[in-house]
Structure formats: C-alpha cells, structure tokens
Write a protein that binds this ligand. Structure first.
Ligand code: C5P
Length: 221
C-alpha cells in the first residue's frame, strides 16, 4: 500500500509526541504514543498499590488490563479497561515512577507485542524510547530526537498550568533523573539505532522538525 513505518525515539521532553502527531496527520498515518501505554500501566499499578519491586504481582495484574489508544481531536485518548485516563497518566506522580515499572522485562515484552501488532499494516508513526532498536527495527524511517536538558525543561515549564507550583530547576532534575533510568536500564534502554537520523532540536522549531521528517518519508517511500 506504499505506506511506511516511522520510529521516533529520544529522551523525555524532546517534543517527540507533538512532532509525531503532526507527522502522522500530514501523512494520514496513525500515531502511536508508546509512553502513554507505560504510563497507563503505571497508573493502574499505583491505583492498586502494587510496587514496581513486586514483579510477580505486576505481571499478574498486567493480564487483567486492557489498553486502547483511540484517536481524538487532541491526537489520542488513552483508555484503560475502557476508562479515559488521558489526564491522570500525565500526573507528576505517574511521571516520577513510570521508569521503574518500565524496567520490568516481561512487562516490556507484553507492550512491545501490542505495539508490533499496531504497526503490522504500516502507516504508523510510533514514538518512545526503543522503537527503532527493538519494537520496529525494520521501520523505514528512524529518527532520534534530542535537545539539551535545559531546553527540554523549559519547554515543559512553558506548557505547565499556572497552578502547578513546579520550578524550572525541579523539572530539569526530574527530566535528568528519568533519562538516567531510561538510559541505564538493562532491557532495551534508550539508545539511538545505528541507522537513525539524529535531530538535535535545541534550536529548531516544531515546523522545521516536522518538515524534516516528512520530507525524509517522501525520499524513502
Ligand atoms: O514518552 P513518555 O515520557 O510519556 O514516556 C514515559 C516513560 O515510559 C519513559 O520515561 C520510559 O520509562 C517509558 N517508556 C519506555 N519505552 C517506550 C516509551 C516509554 O520505556 N517505548
């Protein structure tokens, strides 16, 4: 059908989801936010008071849980056993601990399998940490998006509601801590694929990044 798969990886707050959503919309592809899947699992485990160290319990509960990504006006809605959890999965509580759950090997295997099924028919833009390396090693276009920690914290800061009393310094250290866990974990750590195009977006606009990726897709496809 002439469609490609596009893998977009990179550290927290690099703008992957904004860019991936826009690329998908320009190409009429499906956007898959894999971070939202790890966040939904984390939200569920927190709600049931299952600690990330209790691997057996995590895996047992994983079997009871269904995650759906449903397209909507804002890009995508996340349904956990049918309930819309798109808001709560972005809380600081979930963000602060998701990297501990996402270290669990069998949990990853389960989500990776779901993600591969979503991409079977191609025409998918998938963002995450291990898409180009593990989930879709055959993706026709692989992008590794980065930006300095300062710039990424600043972008997050500018998106925050005035009621959140997080400082720029807190955001910066939260992001750095999460990157460290994601990079140093044993199972498919955050790493650029050998055949990925690296885009340092520190001084690029969203439009520029989107255009770069879309034109790469036209070159390949
Ligand atoms: O992309 P986002 O910041 O929403 O991802 C949340 C967390 O989910 C990451 O910090 C990482 O621990 C985990 N994740 C992952 N593999 C992916 C996507 C996300 O381990 N493909």
């Amino acid at each position: 059908n002439g469609k490609l798969n596009v893998a977009i990886d990179g550290p927290a707050g690099a703008g992957k989801s904004t860019v991936a959503r826009r690329v998908a919309s320009e190409l009429s592809y499906i956007y898959v936010d894999t971070g939202a899947m790890y966040r939904a699992v984390t939200y569920y485990m927190l709600r049931h008071e299952i600690e990330p160290e209790d691997v057996d319990s995590v895996l047992k509960h994983l079997r009871e849980l269904s995650i759906e990504l449903v397209p909507d006006a804002n890009g995508q809605k996340v349904l956990l056993n049918g309930e819309d959890v798109s808001g709560p999965i972005r809380s600081r509580e979930v963000t602060g601990i998701v990297s501990l759950y996402s270290q669990i090997e069998d949990l990853r295997a389960h989500l990776v399998e779901l993600q591969r099924v979503m991409a079977l028919r191609k025409g998918v833009v998938m963002d995450g940490r291990d898409i180009g390396t593990t989930v879709l090693p055959d993706a026709e276009v692989k992008i590794f998006m980065t930006a300095s920690v300062k710039e990424r914290a600043l972008r997050r800061f500018n998106e925050l509601e005035k009621t959140d009393d997080l400082t720029l310094e807190q955001l910066e250290s939260d992001i750095a801590a999460r990157d460290k866990l994601d990079q140093e974990r044993e199972i498919s750590p955050l790493r650029q694929a050998d055949d990925a195009i690296v885009l340092d977006t520190t001084s690029m606009s969203i439009d520029e990044v989107v255009e770069h990726i879309v034109s790469r897709c036209y070159e390949v496809g």
